[in-house]
Design a protein around this ligand. Structure first.
Ligand SMILES: Cc1ncc(COP(=O)(O)O)c(C=O)c1O
Length: 343
């Protein structure tokens, strides 16, 4: 901060952070920094539209991609629907460019391509959907999306604002070994300061201004404080065993909670992400499979847990994240608090 907090011009720190990411990630070659996850996704979609010359985008019910207009859209009632706006202030005309389908549903995606032949610029997905419960997809489904995009000249965008640098340094793309066309990252690469980025191959990124015709800029983008914090954060993430430790601690928490007698919940987890679902299903892979009624159990537990010093995300639809800072005692205390309340 002593070196300056904002210049409205590039600084060397952007190159340093970009180099740190790109040299450790085989899925991307170039990065553009912005100031939030919302901006990252909004810009990635503009890039996909500019690159393909198409307007429509396809997203999934239950995935959150920030608050830009064309993404504040929820599914209608059909298999393939133009969504309904999920926020006041979003024009119908924006919504009409967004197709919304269910997660884990091949038929809906195939039908969308049949119906909107040569019109879909991109499919955007959280490859590890973690904004509406943890709706883990099969690798085979993600591969299906990869293949159908390639076949139709549509770009595949992985929104890794949550999963990037969390399930491993190379995020979900690395975890599943599937190469999307564009990846978005956020939060983590700023070490707690406002940041986001979108990244892709040299070829696709060359479409962004000033090299290409897709405009995107921002006074605060690549902010030097966020870049410094990001370099510090990602340097920690690259240390040996960083991710195996996170996963070990997560597994310990998950095992501890699962063993509680008479529990009425299941834990779903991947890497350091976990979700407590009040269900007896062994898999939940789409938003419709979540029983809204079951959230009453979460509400029963939330405040008593808070009184015992355990602070969960404030909704049963929120996932939890294990942090490097969490200790073994934190985990034991959490399991004990759950155990006492479940009695
Ligand atoms: C997957 C995903 N994409 C995009 C966003 C938007 O990021 P931001 O809140 O930084 O604008 C979020 C925020 O939680 C997110 O989880």
């Amino acid at each position: 901060m002593r070196n300056g907090t904002s210049f409205g011009a590039p600084t060397r720190l952007e190159n340093e952070l970009a180099e740190l990411i790109v040299s450790n990630n085989p899925f991307i070659e170039k990065i553009r920094f912005v100031s939030s996850g919302t901006e990252a996704v909004m810009s990635a979609i503009r890039l996909a539209r500019g690159f393909t010359g198409r307007n429509k985008i396809l997203k999934f019910e239950g995935c959150y991609h920030g608050h830009s207009d064309s993404l504040l859209v929820k599914a209608g009632s059909g298999l393939v629907t133009f969504g309904n706006t999920s926020s006041a202030g979003v024009p119908e005309s924006f919504v009409n460019e967004t197709i919304v389908v269910s997660l884990n549903n091949k038929k809906a995606v195939e039908e969308a391509f049949a119906q909107f032949n040569n019109q879909i610029a991109c499919i955007i997905i959280e490859p590890i959907p973690a904004n509406n419960g943890l709706l883990l997809q099969d690798k085979e489904y993600l591969q299906f999306l990869r293949d159908i995009c390639a076949k139709n000249g549509t770009l595949l965008i992985f929104d890794e604002v949550i999963s990037g640098f969390r399930v491993g340094f190379t995020g979900a793309a690395g975890h599943y070994n599937i190469k999307p066309d564009i990846i978005t990252y956020g939060k983590i690469i700023g070490g707690g300061f406002p940041v986001g980025c979108y990244a892709s191959s040299k070829e696709i990124m060359s479409n962004i201004s000033p090299e290409g015709g897709v405009y995107q800029a921002g006074t605060l983008s690549g902010n030097p404080v966020a870049m410094s914090a990001g370099i510090a954060q990602l340097t920690e993430c690259l240390k040996p065993n960083f991710y195996t430790e996170l996963e070990r601690k997560t597994n310990k928490l998950v095992a501890g909670l699962s063993e509680i007698k008479k529990n009425n919940f299941k834990l779903f987890s991947i890497g350091s992400i976990f979700w407590i679902a009040f269900t007896d299903k062994t898999k939940i892979q789409s938003a419709e499979e979540i029983d809204g009624e079951s959230m009453k159990y979460f509400r029963d537990l939330y405040h008593p847990l808070l009184e015992k010093g355990v602070y969960l995300g404030p909704s049963g639809y929120e996932v939890g994240f294990m942090s490097e800072a969490h200790t073994e005692e934190d985990i034991d205390r959490t399991v004990a608090a759950f155990g006492e309340l479940m009695k």
